[in-house]
Design a protein around this ligand. Structure first.
Ligand code: ZN
Ligand code: ZN
Length: 528
């Protein structure tokens, strides 16, 4: 039989290889016992930029990139900043000009977003409204929106959102008020059912969270303006992450991605799921995270009860360092998988991260963009999943990262890496493969570019050691086939119980931390 090339968009067709790239097609298991109540997990980015505005890259490329590795995205171009300060040397003209580009392009933006929708990919129309005193919002529309509404007050913006069934999502909320941090005095739960916890700006969970906000000009985190204190004051909202990427790369690895538990992949279902707060934030790795309290999914308002049974299901993309249950802003339970014996058992399943990049220093003017063309083959075994970890750097308008499955035994990857403009000084990209095999199964990495090279590794050997390979002499790019991670290291099913009878409402969320530093945060569940 001729091999069939299967893209991520082609999963649902039922081809043999389709299952390999359908790693994201997770079904909910905890909340509802009947099939009819089940949700599917979809991954997206609801906040990103390109040259339609004051960032980089065409909208055509953003759409192409999003379709390659996401289920849905909203393009939220820079639209206005009503109280922008005048900057020395007319530097504010960068923003002014960007807003003009965005406004002029609006009819074309609407058409392109409309045309990007297929049965297997959802593109949403949106824009971003900046405000020094009220904080920034991403406006996301359920349908087309002819008018760009850019008022000078947040109440007018939220009224407009309500009138059009539009979501207004506050982001980088943890900046100081007056410096584009959120102004929670104007918070409207119905218009802003979810709030961005993480993006390339950093993490706004609390002032002690990892990923401090050090990448922009808005200063650091204001403790009182982060998310936990708002929930402690009784506000209710779910969590999401999105990249806020400025290189036209929605879903950029490491910059934030949102998981949504929705009935199906349609605009209406995604909106229903977001309004119900069945959303969670992840930094980059597509950590599957499901939480239920007394059978109610994340984001729920559960009626007052003293007995709380909290079920958690995690399928991470690396070994899990820790799973934490947070109640009212304080950790009340911790699970460390390492405390329990965990070994990779073969024959069986495991995850293997194949990471490529490195290469010459940018600082010594040796930087370059390296093209990769490679295959991964598994003899006497099969790939169950293959999840790309494509970061936004370097910006190359014409180049693409493309992962294809030809069968359950063969993946093909075209990609490019560089130390120049790499995100957060990480000059690598990766693919995480879930595999099934026995000790003698052989994983073959066959490079065609940047050089011809074949690397073979027995799975039994990959339990003990990784394989590091170089494509030439120092300072050439290199590649790692990482040590295998076993199911007891990357997956967990937990049940914690909490007994409490308080008059105040309690809220719970779950935080997952992988050993490689990637995190996920569930939306809270409220009791009472
Ligand atoms: Zn913003
Ligand atoms: Zn933005």
């Amino acid at each position: 039989m001729e091999p069939i090339e299967v893209t991520r968009r082609g999963f649902v067709g039922g081809a043999l290889a389709a299952a390999v790239l359908s790693g994201t097609r997770q079904q909910s298991q905890l909340a509802a016992s009947q099939d009819a109540g089940r949700f599917n997990l979809y991954w997206g980015d609801l906040h990103n930029h390109n040259a339609v505005g004051y960032a980089t890259g065409t909208l055509e490329r953003s759409i192409d990139v999003a379709r390659e590795h996401l289920d849905f995205f909203a393009f939220t171009g820079h639209a206005s900043w009503h109280d922008m300060p005048k900057m020395p040397g007319d530097r504010h003209m960068k923003w002014v000009n960007g807003f003009a580009v965005h406004s002029n392009h609006w009819p074309k933006t609407r058409r392109m977003i409309h045309e990007a929708n297929t049965d297997e990919f959802v593109a949403l129309l949106g824009y971003e409204w900046h405000s020094s005193i009220f904080g920034d919002y991403c406006m996301i529309f359920p349908e087309d929106q002819p008018e760009l509404f850019l008022p000078d007050h947040v109440e007018k913006l939220l009224d407009f959102a309500d009138a059009h069934g539009c979501l207004a999502i506050p982001h980088h909320v943890g900046y100081k008020r007056g410096w584009r941090g959120a102004n929670f005095d104007h918070f409207r739960a119905s218009t802003s059912p979810v709030v961005e916890v993480f993006s390339e700006h950093g993490c706004t969970e609390s002032d002690r969270a990892p990923f401090p906000m050090i990448r922009h000009s808005n200063g650091g985190r204001s403790a009182a303006n982060t998310i936990v204190p708002q929930l402690q004051q009784g506000m209710r909202f779910g969590f999401l992450a999105s990249s806020d990427n400025h290189r036209g790369f929605p879903g950029a690895y490491g910059e934030g991605v949102v998981g949504v538990w929705a009935k199906d992949l349609s605009r209406a279902s995604l909106f229903e799921a977001i309004r119900s707060r069945r959303t969670y934030a992840a930094t980059g790795d597509r950590i599957v995270l499901e939480v239920a309290l007394n059978g109610q999914p994340m984001g729920s308002d559960v009626a007052k009860t003293s007995d709380r049974e909290i079920d958690i299901r995690v399928e991470a993309q690396d070994s899990i360092a820790m799973i934490e249950l947070i109640r009212n802003g304080h950790v009340i339970e911790r699970h460390f998988p390492e405390d329990h014996a965990s070994v990779v058992k073969l024959p069986g399943r495991a995850k293997c991260r194949v990471q490529y990049g490195w290469g010459p220093w940018a600082a010594l003017d040796l930087g370059r963009t390296c093209r990769w063309d490679l295959s991964l083959r598994l003899d006497k075994g099969r790939f169950l999943q293959a999840i790309p970890c494509f970061q936004s750097g370097p910006y190359e308008e014409e180049m693409r990262d493309r992962l294809r499955a030809f069968s359950q035994r063969e993946l093909q990857l075209q990609s490019f890496t560089s130390r120049v403009q790499c995100y957060a000084e990480d000059p690598t990209k990766a693919v995480v493969c879930e595999i099934e095999g026995d000790p003698d199964s052989v994983l073959t990495l066959q490079l065609r570019q940047p050089v011809e090279q074949t690397v073979e590794a027995r799975l039994a050997d990959l339990v003990e050691d990784n394989v590091v390979t170089f494509t030439g002499v120092f300072t050439s790019e290199s590649c790692i086939v990482n040590r295998l991670v076993g199911p007891t290291e990357y997956a967990a099913k937990l049940r914690w119980t909490d007994q409490r009878s308080s008059d105040e409402a309690d809220w719970y969320y779950v935080r997952v931390t992988q050993h490689n530093g990637q995190l996920a945060w569930s939306s809270p569940i409220w009791v009472g």
